[in-house]
Design a protein around this ligand. Structure first.
Ligand code: GDP
Length: 206
Protein backbone atom coordinates (compact mmCIF):
# COMPACT_ATOMS: atom_id res chain seq x y z
CA UNK A 1 0.00 0.00 0.00
CA UNK A 2 1.15 3.49 -0.75
CA UNK A 3 -0.03 6.28 1.51
CA UNK A 4 -1.32 9.09 -0.68
CA UNK A 5 -3.05 11.17 1.95
CA UNK A 6 -2.66 11.37 5.70
CA UNK A 7 -4.72 13.99 7.46
CA UNK A 8 -5.03 14.89 11.10
CA UNK A 9 -8.70 14.65 12.11
CA UNK A 10 -9.14 15.06 15.85
CA UNK A 11 -7.45 14.75 19.24
CA UNK A 12 -9.25 14.05 22.47
CA UNK A 13 -9.26 12.16 25.75
CA UNK A 14 -12.71 10.78 25.36
CA UNK A 15 -13.57 7.72 23.30
CA UNK A 16 -17.12 8.99 22.76
CA UNK A 17 -15.67 11.98 20.88
CA UNK A 18 -13.65 9.89 18.45
CA UNK A 19 -14.78 10.00 14.79
CA UNK A 20 -18.19 8.52 14.22
CA UNK A 21 -17.68 6.91 10.81
CA UNK A 22 -16.88 3.26 10.43
CA UNK A 23 -13.44 3.27 8.90
CA UNK A 24 -11.28 0.45 10.25
CA UNK A 25 -8.66 1.73 12.65
CA UNK A 26 -5.25 0.69 13.91
CA UNK A 27 -3.85 1.97 17.19
CA UNK A 28 -0.16 2.57 17.83
CA UNK A 29 1.02 2.51 21.43
CA UNK A 30 4.20 2.01 23.42
CA UNK A 31 6.48 3.41 26.09
CA UNK A 32 7.47 7.05 25.75
CA UNK A 33 10.51 7.43 23.52
CA UNK A 34 10.03 4.05 21.83
CA UNK A 35 9.98 5.79 18.43
CA UNK A 36 6.22 5.92 17.85
CA UNK A 37 6.05 9.40 16.35
CA UNK A 38 9.03 8.71 14.11
CA UNK A 39 7.39 5.49 12.93
CA UNK A 40 4.07 7.20 12.18
CA UNK A 41 5.85 9.93 10.24
CA UNK A 42 7.87 7.33 8.34
CA UNK A 43 4.76 5.31 7.46
CA UNK A 44 2.86 8.37 6.27
CA UNK A 45 5.77 10.03 4.43
CA UNK A 46 5.47 13.13 6.58
CA UNK A 47 7.95 14.93 8.74
CA UNK A 48 5.67 16.25 11.45
CA UNK A 49 2.32 14.49 11.34
CA UNK A 50 2.94 12.90 14.72
CA UNK A 51 4.83 15.15 17.06
CA UNK A 52 8.10 13.66 18.17
CA UNK A 53 8.24 13.95 21.88
CA UNK A 54 10.52 16.67 23.13
CA UNK A 55 8.80 16.24 26.49
CA UNK A 56 7.73 12.62 26.78
CA UNK A 57 4.47 11.99 28.58
CA UNK A 58 3.19 15.48 27.91
CA UNK A 59 0.62 14.90 25.21
CA UNK A 60 -1.95 12.52 26.59
CA UNK A 61 -4.37 12.39 23.71
CA UNK A 62 -5.98 9.98 21.31
CA UNK A 63 -5.00 11.32 17.88
CA UNK A 64 -6.89 10.21 14.78
CA UNK A 65 -5.26 10.46 11.35
CA UNK A 66 -7.25 9.55 8.27
CA UNK A 67 -5.21 7.59 5.75
CA UNK A 68 -6.08 7.45 2.04
CA UNK A 69 -9.61 8.36 3.11
CA UNK A 70 -10.02 4.68 4.01
CA UNK A 71 -8.69 3.93 7.46
CA UNK A 72 -7.61 5.59 10.67
CA UNK A 73 -4.18 5.49 12.13
CA UNK A 74 -4.57 6.21 15.83
CA UNK A 75 -1.68 7.61 17.79
CA UNK A 76 -2.15 6.83 21.48
CA UNK A 77 -0.14 8.40 24.30
CA UNK A 78 3.15 6.87 25.35
CA UNK A 79 3.04 5.06 28.66
CA UNK A 80 5.56 4.42 31.40
CA UNK A 81 7.02 7.86 31.75
CA UNK A 82 8.29 8.10 35.32
CA UNK A 83 7.78 11.83 35.75
CA UNK A 84 4.04 11.77 35.11
CA UNK A 85 2.11 12.23 38.36
CA UNK A 86 0.03 9.43 39.87
CA UNK A 87 -3.25 11.19 39.16
CA UNK A 88 -2.44 11.78 35.51
CA UNK A 89 -1.34 8.13 35.26
CA UNK A 90 -4.81 7.17 36.49
CA UNK A 91 -6.55 9.45 33.98
CA UNK A 92 -4.32 7.98 31.31
CA UNK A 93 -5.24 4.44 32.23
CA UNK A 94 -8.90 5.27 32.28
CA UNK A 95 -9.21 6.81 28.86
CA UNK A 96 -6.90 4.32 27.23
CA UNK A 97 -8.72 1.34 28.69
CA UNK A 98 -12.06 2.92 27.67
CA UNK A 99 -10.71 3.41 24.18
CA UNK A 100 -9.67 -0.24 23.86
CA UNK A 101 -12.81 -1.60 25.46
CA UNK A 102 -15.31 0.59 23.64
CA UNK A 103 -13.93 1.46 20.25
CA UNK A 104 -15.73 -0.88 17.86
CA UNK A 105 -13.82 0.38 14.83
CA UNK A 106 -10.52 -0.81 16.29
CA UNK A 107 -9.20 -3.65 14.16
CA UNK A 108 -5.82 -4.15 15.72
CA UNK A 109 -3.32 -2.52 18.04
CA UNK A 110 0.40 -2.27 17.40
CA UNK A 111 2.53 -2.41 20.52
CA UNK A 112 5.88 -0.77 19.90
CA UNK A 113 8.97 -2.22 21.53
CA UNK A 114 12.51 -0.82 21.33
CA UNK A 115 14.45 -3.73 19.88
CA UNK A 116 17.54 -2.94 21.95
CA UNK A 117 15.96 -3.47 25.35
CA UNK A 118 15.28 -6.42 27.62
CA UNK A 119 11.54 -7.21 27.79
CA UNK A 120 10.01 -4.67 30.18
CA UNK A 121 7.29 -5.64 32.63
CA UNK A 122 5.11 -2.67 31.71
CA UNK A 123 4.94 -3.80 28.06
CA UNK A 124 4.38 -7.45 29.00
CA UNK A 125 1.57 -6.42 31.38
CA UNK A 126 -0.01 -4.27 28.72
CA UNK A 127 0.03 -7.09 26.16
CA UNK A 128 -1.39 -9.41 28.80
CA UNK A 129 -4.22 -6.94 29.36
CA UNK A 130 -4.91 -6.74 25.61
CA UNK A 131 -5.01 -10.53 25.45
CA UNK A 132 -7.37 -10.79 28.41
CA UNK A 133 -9.69 -8.30 26.69
CA UNK A 134 -9.42 -10.13 23.36
CA UNK A 135 -7.99 -7.13 21.57
CA UNK A 136 -5.90 -8.26 18.60
CA UNK A 137 -2.38 -6.86 18.49
CA UNK A 138 0.98 -7.21 16.80
CA UNK A 139 4.38 -6.15 18.04
CA UNK A 140 6.45 -3.59 16.17
CA UNK A 141 10.11 -3.68 17.10
CA UNK A 142 11.58 -0.21 16.55
CA UNK A 143 15.06 1.26 15.96
CA UNK A 144 16.44 -1.85 14.28
CA UNK A 145 19.16 0.27 12.62
CA UNK A 146 20.79 0.51 16.05
CA UNK A 147 21.65 -3.21 16.10
CA UNK A 148 23.47 -5.63 13.84
CA UNK A 149 21.37 -8.38 12.19
CA UNK A 150 22.65 -11.08 14.57
CA UNK A 151 21.73 -9.00 17.61
CA UNK A 152 18.28 -8.30 16.15
CA UNK A 153 17.71 -12.01 15.74
CA UNK A 154 18.96 -12.77 19.24
CA UNK A 155 16.81 -10.09 20.87
CA UNK A 156 13.68 -11.19 19.05
CA UNK A 157 14.22 -14.81 20.00
CA UNK A 158 14.74 -13.72 23.58
CA UNK A 159 11.58 -11.60 23.49
CA UNK A 160 9.61 -14.50 22.09
CA UNK A 161 10.90 -16.88 24.71
CA UNK A 162 9.76 -14.50 27.46
CA UNK A 163 6.35 -14.14 25.78
CA UNK A 164 5.97 -17.88 25.41
CA UNK A 165 5.97 -18.23 29.20
CA UNK A 166 2.48 -16.69 29.11
CA UNK A 167 1.27 -17.12 25.53
CA UNK A 168 0.55 -20.33 23.62
CA UNK A 169 0.54 -18.49 20.33
CA UNK A 170 2.98 -15.66 19.76
CA UNK A 171 1.79 -12.37 18.30
CA UNK A 172 2.90 -11.42 14.83
CA UNK A 173 5.85 -9.03 14.79
CA UNK A 174 7.43 -6.47 12.50
CA UNK A 175 10.98 -5.17 12.56
CA UNK A 176 11.26 -1.48 11.71
CA UNK A 177 13.67 1.40 11.47
CA UNK A 178 12.32 4.88 10.90
CA UNK A 179 15.70 6.19 9.81
CA UNK A 180 16.19 3.43 7.23
CA UNK A 181 12.52 3.01 6.30
CA UNK A 182 12.77 -0.68 7.14
CA UNK A 183 9.56 -2.59 7.72
CA UNK A 184 7.43 0.10 6.12
CA UNK A 185 6.20 -1.98 3.23
CA UNK A 186 5.51 -5.08 5.33
CA UNK A 187 3.52 -3.09 7.85
CA UNK A 188 1.47 -1.17 5.30
CA UNK A 189 0.81 -4.30 3.26
CA UNK A 190 -0.34 -6.07 6.41
CA UNK A 191 -2.82 -3.27 7.17
CA UNK A 192 -3.90 -3.24 3.53
CA UNK A 193 -4.58 -6.98 3.54
CA UNK A 194 -6.74 -6.70 6.66
CA UNK A 195 -8.64 -3.74 5.17
CA UNK A 196 -9.28 -5.76 2.03
CA UNK A 197 -10.54 -8.77 3.94
CA UNK A 198 -12.87 -6.55 5.99
CA UNK A 199 -14.22 -5.01 2.80
CA UNK A 200 -14.77 -8.43 1.22
CA UNK A 201 -16.45 -9.87 4.28
CA UNK A 202 -18.72 -6.84 4.49
CA UNK A 203 -19.76 -6.96 0.85
CA UNK A 204 -20.77 -10.60 1.33
CA UNK A 205 -23.30 -9.54 3.92
CA UNK A 206 -24.48 -6.23 2.43
P1 GDP B 1 8.00 8.58 20.84
O1 GDP B 1 8.16 9.25 22.17
O2 GDP B 1 7.68 7.13 21.00
O3 GDP B 1 7.06 9.29 19.90
O4 GDP B 1 9.46 8.57 20.16
P2 GDP B 1 10.10 9.51 19.04
O5 GDP B 1 9.61 9.15 17.69
O6 GDP B 1 9.98 10.93 19.49
O7 GDP B 1 11.61 9.02 19.11
C1 GDP B 1 12.37 9.06 20.31
C2 GDP B 1 13.85 9.19 19.95
O8 GDP B 1 14.28 8.02 19.24
C3 GDP B 1 14.14 10.36 19.01
O9 GDP B 1 15.39 10.90 19.38
C4 GDP B 1 14.21 9.72 17.64
O10 GDP B 1 15.04 10.42 16.74
C5 GDP B 1 14.79 8.36 17.96
N1 GDP B 1 14.31 7.33 16.99
C6 GDP B 1 13.03 7.02 16.75
N2 GDP B 1 12.96 6.03 15.83
C7 GDP B 1 14.23 5.72 15.50
C8 GDP B 1 14.81 4.77 14.58
O11 GDP B 1 14.14 3.98 13.90
N3 GDP B 1 16.18 4.74 14.52
C9 GDP B 1 16.95 5.57 15.27
N4 GDP B 1 18.28 5.45 15.14
N5 GDP B 1 16.44 6.47 16.13
C10 GDP B 1 15.09 6.55 16.24
Amino acid sequence: MHIKTATFVVSNQDVSKCPKNNFPEYAFIGRSNVGKSSLINMLTNQKKLAKTSGRPGKTQLINHFLINEQWYLVDLPGYGYARVSKSSKKTFQKFITSYFQQRKQLVSAFVLIDIRHEPQQIDLNFMQWLGEHQIPFSIIFTKSDKLKPKAIERNILHYQSVLSEKWDELPQHFITSSTKFDGKEELLNYIDSINLSIKNTKSQFD
